[in-house]
Design a protein around this ligand. Structure first.
Ligand SMILES: C[S@@+](CC[C@H](N)C(=O)[O-])C[C@H]1O[C@@H](n2cnc3c(N)ncnc32)[C@H](O)[C@@H]1O
Length: 359
């Protein structure tokens, strides 16, 4: 629960959206940004902001679910692809092969959006399931009426931005470069000092392909450049002048460090009590129904970035990914289009900076 920031101006209610307990008072924001060394949050359409943000190592998307979850959300999953397409395209323009995208959604919302993600070069890695447990439905569901099992999950799907060299996937490029040397495939095993793993893993063209570690890449490229047909040198080069180093090779891949013991099923209750950000004097009314748990946001950010890396949060809400990023020493850039939510987000970020001052 937040304390009042007495330095801020009192919000000015301007209108009310929605009905019943989900009714939301629209508030004119006092300012349209909040920033410190680790977070740059702004009120506005993220589509207009991307061009000003630095290259992302990770993008955390938590936008439309097709459930009318916020003003501007679509009314069913059929509208989801169109809603996301300009964002997905913009993300692809700014992404590098090191960029991971975490796509939060309902199962059907993700299924609908997946072809759009693929269309712009995002490669599916893993679907992670957030199981909120039975407490989430609290025995309140009339299954005869809904005619299905009650849903207590959301997904957070990991995508990477697939690297291509000369228009080829990395596995195809490796294979092509080796072939160009004129050396038999099996000599790649000699190059790597292994019995058969180089051919079986690094030059495989199917699902058994394995990304060569830096050391193995360097062995293959130096062997190829020493023993390959002199006419085709340099091999394993992107500029035609010198071969890639092992470090450069590693830079063609997204980062991933799995926190110990974490699997793709996240058993975690829906946000409760004080975890939910509340409006002062609201008798416990949650400010944003879609607020995500900080621990889940921390998992994904820690797994896919290093300290100092850039995290994008295009659909800020209360900026949970940005808060998690800041605590982890990452640099977050986010937008929230709704001035009311942004007003509360500023309160949250102000409180966060009070409780967790920068070192
Ligand atoms: C599902 S909520 C995000 C909740 C957030 N993850 C959190 O933990 O608080 C999606 C938010 O995206 C905002 N939004 C929708 N379209 C947007 C856009 N084009 N630019 C910025 N924000 C947008 C909505 O107003 C809504 O608050």
């Amino acid at each position: 629960m937040l304390v009042n920031d007495t330095k801020e101006k009192k919000p000015i209610p301007t209108s009310t959206v929605g009905r019943g307990k989900n009714a939301k008072i629209n508030i004119a924001p006092t300012t349209s940004t909040w920033s410190d060394e680790y977070i740059q949050a702004e009120c506005g359409d993220s589509l207009l902001a991307y061009a000003n943000w630095p290259t992302p190592t990770t993008i955390v998307s938590d936008g439309a679910y097709g459930v009318l979850g916020f003003e501007g959300d679509t009314s069913d999953h059929l509208g989801v692809p169109e809603w996301y397409e300009p964002h997905v395209e913009a993300w692809a323009k700014s992404a590098t092969p090191q960029t991971t995208l975490w796509f939060w959604n309902s199962e059907i919302g993700w299924a609908a959006a997946h072809p759009i993600l693929e269309k712009y070069g995002w490669r599916y890695v893993n679907a992670n399931v957030w199981n909120k447990g039975k407490g989430h439905i609290a025995g309140n569901v009339n299954t005869q009426k809904i005619r299905r099992f009650p849903v207590v999950t959301e997904v957070c799907v990991q995508y990477v931005f697939e690297a291509r060299l000369d228009g080829l996937l990395l596995k195809e490029w490796l294979y092509r470069e080796w072939k160009r040397t004129g050396l038999p495939m099996k000599r790649a095993n000699d190059a790597c000092g292994v019995k058969d793993a180089a051919v079986r893993k690094y030059l495989d063209q199917g699902h058994l392909w394995y990304y060569p570690p830096a050391e193995m890449f360097e062995r293959m490229q130096s062997y190829a450049n020493e023993h390959g047909n002199p006419a085709g040198k340099p091999y394993f080069s992107t500029d035609g002048k010198r071969p890639l180093t092992g470090l450069e090779w590693l830079g063609l891949r997204s980062k991933f460090n799995c926190p110990h013991g974490v699997t793709n099923v996240w058993e975690r209750n829906a946000l409760r009590g004080n975890e939910r950000f509340k409006v002062n004097g609201s008798n416990g009314k949650a400010v944003h129904l879609n607020q995500k748990p900080l621990d889940l946001m921390s998992y994904i950010i820690e797994a896919s970035t290093d300290k100092g890396d850039v995290v994008w949060e295009p659909f800020g809400g209360l900026f949970s990914a940005s808060v998690a990023s800041r605590r982890l020493g990452r640099k977050a850039f986010g937008s929230e289009i709704d001035p009311t939510y942004f007003h509360y987000a500023r309160e949250r970020l102000t409180e966060e900076s009070r409780q967790y001052p920068l070192l």
